[in-house]
Design a protein around this ligand. Structure first.
Ligand SMILES: [Zn+2]
Length: 677
C-alpha cells in the first residue's frame, strides 16, 4: 500500500596511465580483482568495474540472480543459522520466551522427516473449510479467513498511513489474487509469456493431483484457476499506474464501498476479519473491485472453491512434504530460471525471517552490530544530508518559496540506523516443534492480526518495515524517514578499512539514494510531515513543472534500455528508483568532496580518489542474472536492471566523465543530460 517501497576501438587510451597497470596492487576495500581491464570505462563502466566479478561469480544453481547483495545476504543467513541452531539445541529457554520460539520454529522446519511424514495432513482442516463453502456469504467469510492466515486471494486487506493525514492509520484493500507475478504474465503475447502460462497450467494441475485429484479433473481445475485469474488480471491496475498516489487512494465509507461492490458486503467482511468497528477504508483500485464484484456472481461457486483451494496450496506448499516443495520449485524455476532448490536450512531461515524476523534480529544485532559502526555510518549520512542542504540552498532553477519548503522537508526527515529502539512483542504468537506448516500459518495470522489492530489507532513511529538483518534500506514518504538496517552496514557497502572514497561511493550512494526518494516522483508529492498534497503540493507550479521535466528525462532515457529477449525497461515504473540513483550518487560525490577525508585521499591501486568513488558505487551493483529472472524483474520491479543503474546514472554525471576522461559522444555521456540536484 505504501508507494515508497523495496550503475572501442580505443579501449585503453581513455584511461589514466596508472590504470593500465596489469597486476592489481593490494588495496583493502577497493576490489581491484572485480575489474575487467579489457573493458573501456568510457564505453561500458559497469563491465569495466564488475566484469571480473561477473566472470568469477557464476550464479549458483539455486539462485536466479547473484550479486553483492546476495553474497552479503547469504553471509547474514549463515550467521543467523548458527544463532538458530544454538537456540534449537539449547531448549532451556523458558516456554513462551522469544528465544524458545526462535529455536522451536527452526527445529520444526529442520525436522524434514516429520514434515515429509505429515504430507498435506496439517492443512486438511483448511481444505475442509473451503469445500464447505455453500453460498456467497460463505465465500466472503472464507476469503476473509484465508486472508487472516496469509492467503491474499482474490484481494489483499491491510492497513496504511492515510496519505492525506499521516497521523492516522486506515484500512486498505488492494488488488491481488494472482498466482503469477503480474497481470502481464496473463495478458501479454509473445513466446516467453505463453511458455510461462503453459508451465503454470501444468504446475497448478500437478498440485491438484498431489492432493489426490484424478489427472483429467486436475487439468480441468487448472484451467478454471487460469480463467478466474485472467479475469482478475484484466481488471488489475498496471504497476506503473500505481506510482501516482491519487490512482491508489480512494477513501470510501460503507455506503460508497457497497456502491462499488453491491454483491459483496463490506460491513459483513469487516466483522469477518474481526473489526466490525471499521466504517471506511481506502479501496485502492475501485475498477478491480468492480470487476471482482461481477465475477463473484458470474463465476460459479464451485470454480471459486477450486480457486481458493489452489491459493491455499500455493501459499503453503513450500512448507509441506517433499513432493509439494518440489512442485512449488518447478514454478519458481519456470519464472526465474533457478535450477536447484535452496538447501533446507536456508529455506527455513528465510521463512523464520518472515515469521519471527525481529526476534531473530534482536539476537543478530547483539552479536553482529557494534555501536562503533553506528557512529561511523552516521558521520557519512550527516555529510550527505549537509550536501543536499547546501545544494538546495544554491539551486539555480528553484524559487525561494520551493527552496524553503524543500529544506523544511529535509530537516524533518527522520534517520534510523541499525535496528528499532523498541523490539516487537511476540507474546501472542504460539510456536511449537511442529508441524512446521502450522507454525508458518499461525505466524501469518499473528502478523495479520497485528496489522489490522493498528487501524484507527495513532501511527507507531518506532516501527520498522525491515528487519535489522535485511541487506537493504528504505525511505517511507508517509513517515518521511530513512532507514538503514544493520544488515547492509557491512562490507562491501560499508567497510571501516576501505578508503573513504569507496565508502562514500558505496554506502554514501545508498544513503543519498534513500534521501533522494523524499524528492523523487512520488516523494515530492508528500510534505515533511508525510501528508500527500494536491499537485503541485509544496512546490510552486513553475518549479514543479521543471521537476516533472527532469524526472520525465530520466523515464525517457531508461525506457530505451532492454533486457534479455528484447523486453524494454518500463521507464515510468523505474522513474523513482532511477531518480534516487542519480540524486543519490550526485549527493554522495559532493559530500565526499566536502569531507575532510577528501583532502587527505590519495591514489589507490593506480586510481584517483574520484575513480575509487565511482568504482565503489559500481561495485554495489556487481551481479549476474538469469534471462528468465531479468524478464520477471523488468515486468514487476521498480528498480532498473543493475547495468543500467550504473551506466544510466553515471552517463548523467560530468564528475564521472571527468574522473575517467570520457570523451563527448561516448555511450557513457547522455548528450541530453538529466539533472535532478
Ligand atoms: Zn530505492
Amino acid at each position: 500500500m505504501r508507494p515508497g517501497r523495496t550503475l572501442i576501438l580505443c579501449a585503453l587510451c581513455a584511461l589514466p596511465p596508472a590504470a593500465r597497470a596489469a597486476a592489481p596492487a593490494p588495496a583493502p576495500g577497493l576490489h581491484l580483482g572485480w575489474l575487467d581491464r579489457k573493458a573501456d570505462p568510457a564505453r561500458d563502466f559497469f563491465t569495466f568495474a564488475n566484469g571480473g566479478w561477473q566472470r568469477q561469480n557464476p550464479i549458483p544453481p539455486a539462485y536466479a540472480r547473484w550479486g553483492t547483495f546476495s553474497v552479503l545476504q547469504r553471509r547474514n543467513q549463515e550467521a543467523i543459522r548458527r544463532i538458530l541452531e544454538e537456540a534449537a539445541r539449547d531448549g532451556r529457554a523458558p516456554a513462551g520466551s522469544d528465544a524458545r520460539k526462535v529455536g522451536d520454529f527452526y527445529a520444526s522446519g529442520m525436522d524434514e522427516k516429520a514434515v515429509d511424514a505429515a504430507g498435506v495432513e496439517p492443512l486438511r482442516p483448511e481444505l475442509a473449510r473451503i469445500a464447505a463453502v455453500a453460498d456467497p456469504a460463505g465465500l466472503r467469510e472464507e476469503i476473509a479467513h484465508l486472508q487472516q492466515i496469509g492467503v491474499d486471494a482474490p484481494f489483499g486487506f491491510g492497513q496504511m498511513q492515510d496519505f492525506k493525514d499521516s497521523t492516522r492509520v486506515i484500512g486498505a484493500a488492494s488488488q491481488g489474487g494472482l498466482g503469477l507475478p503480474d497481470r502481464d504474465y496473463y495478458l501479454r503475447q509473445g513466446a516467453k509469456f505463453r511458455q510461462v502460462r503453459q508451465a503454470y497450467l501444468r504446475h497448478v494441475a500437478a498440485m491438484f493431483a498431489l492432493l489426490g485429484d484424478a489427472r483429467a479433473t486436475a487439468a480441468a481445475e487448472a484451467r478454471t484457476v487460469m480463467d478466474v485469474e485472467t479475469r482478475l488480471a484484466r481488471a488489475s491496475m498496471p504497476r506503473a499506474d500505481q506510482r501516482k498516489p491519487e490512482n491508489v487512494y480512494h477513501p470510501m465509507d460503507l455506503k460508497a464501498l457497497e456502491g462499488v461492490t453491491p454483491g459483496f458486503s463490506w460491513a459483513a467482511y469487516f466483522a469477518d476479519v474481526g473489526h466490525p468497528e471499521i466504517t471506511s477504508i481506502n479501496l485502492a483500485m475501485p475498477d478491480f473491485f468492480k470487476a471482482m464484484n461481477a465475477d463473484l456472481s458470474a463465476v460459479p461457486l464451485a470454480a471459486w472453491r477450486t480457486y481458493l483451494r489452489w491459493h491455499l496450496l500455493h501459499a503453503f506448499a513450500p512448507y509441506l512434504s517433499r513432493p509439494f516443495v518440489d512442485e512449488a520449485f518447478r514454478l519458481t524455476r519456470a519464472l526465474t530460471g533457478a535450477r536447484k532448490l535452496l538447501p533446507r536450512w536456508q529455506r527455513v531461515v528465510g521463512a523464520e525471517d518472515q515469521a519471527l524476523g525481529f526476534a531473530v534480529g534482536k539476537l543478530y544485532v547483539e552479536r553482529r552490530f557494534p555501536p562503533s559502526s553506528r557512529e561511523a555510518v552516521l558521520r557519512i549520512l550527516h555529510d550527505i544530508r549537509a550536501a543536499l542542504k547546501e545544494d538546495l540552498a544554491g539551486l539555480a532553477w528553484m524559487s525561494p518559496a520551493t527552496r524553503t519548503a524543500a529544506l523544511a522537508k529535509l530537516d524533518r526527515m527522520d534517520e534510523r540506523i541499525g535496528y528499532p529502539d523498541r523490539w516487537r512483542d511476540y507474546s501472542a504468537l504460539r510456536v511449537d516443534r511442529g508441524p512446521w506448516v502450522l507454525n508458518v500459518l499461525r505466524a501469518n495470522e499473528f502478523l495479520q492480526r497485528r496489522e489490522l489492530a493498528k487501524i484507527g489507532k495513532p501511527v507507531d513511529r518506532d516501527e520498522w518495515q525491515m528487519t535489522p538483518q535485511t541487506v537493504n534500506a528504505y525511505y517511507d514518504p508517509s513517515m518521511n524517514d530513512i532507514n538503514f538496517p544493520a544488515g547492509i552496514l557491512q562490507p562491501p557497502f560499508f567497510d571501516p578499512a576501505a578508503p573513504a572514497a569507496v565508502n562514500y561511493g558505496a554506502i554514501g550512494f545508498v544513503m543519498g539514494h534513500e534521501i533522494t526518494h523524499g524528492f523523487d516522483d512520488q516523494g515530492a508529492r508528500f510534505d515533511g510531515s508525510g501528508d500527500l498534497l494536491p499537485e503541485p503540493g509544496w512546490w510552486t507550479a513553475a518549479d514543479y513543472a521543471k521537476f516533472e521535466a527532469a524526472t520525465a528525462c530520466i523515464s525517457d532515457r531508461f525506457s530505451r534500455f532492454t533486457v534479455a529477449g528484447g523486453l524494454h525497461v518500463q521507464g515510468k515504473l523505474v522513474t523513482g528508483e532511477a531518480t534516487a540513483d542519480l540524486g543519490g550518487l550526485t549527493l554522495a560525490w559532493r559530500a565526499f568532496h566536502a569531507s575532510p577525508a577528501y583532502r587527505s585521499a590519495g591514489d589507490v591501486g593506480g586510481f584517483t580518489p574520484d575513480q575509487q568513488f565511482f568504482l565503489g558505487a559500481a561495485h554495489v551493483w556487481a551481479s549476474n542474472v538469469r534471462p528468465e529472472e531479468a524478464r520477471r524483474l523488468v515486468t514487476i520491479d521498480p528498480h532498473p536492471p543493475a547495468v543500467d543503474r550504473v551506466n544510466g546514472t553515471v552517463a548523467n554525471m560530468p564528475a564521472f566523465q571527468e574522473a575517467f576522461h570520457v570523451p563527448a559522444g561516448s555511450p557513457m555521456v547522455n548528450a541530453d543530460r538529466c539533472v535532478i540536484w
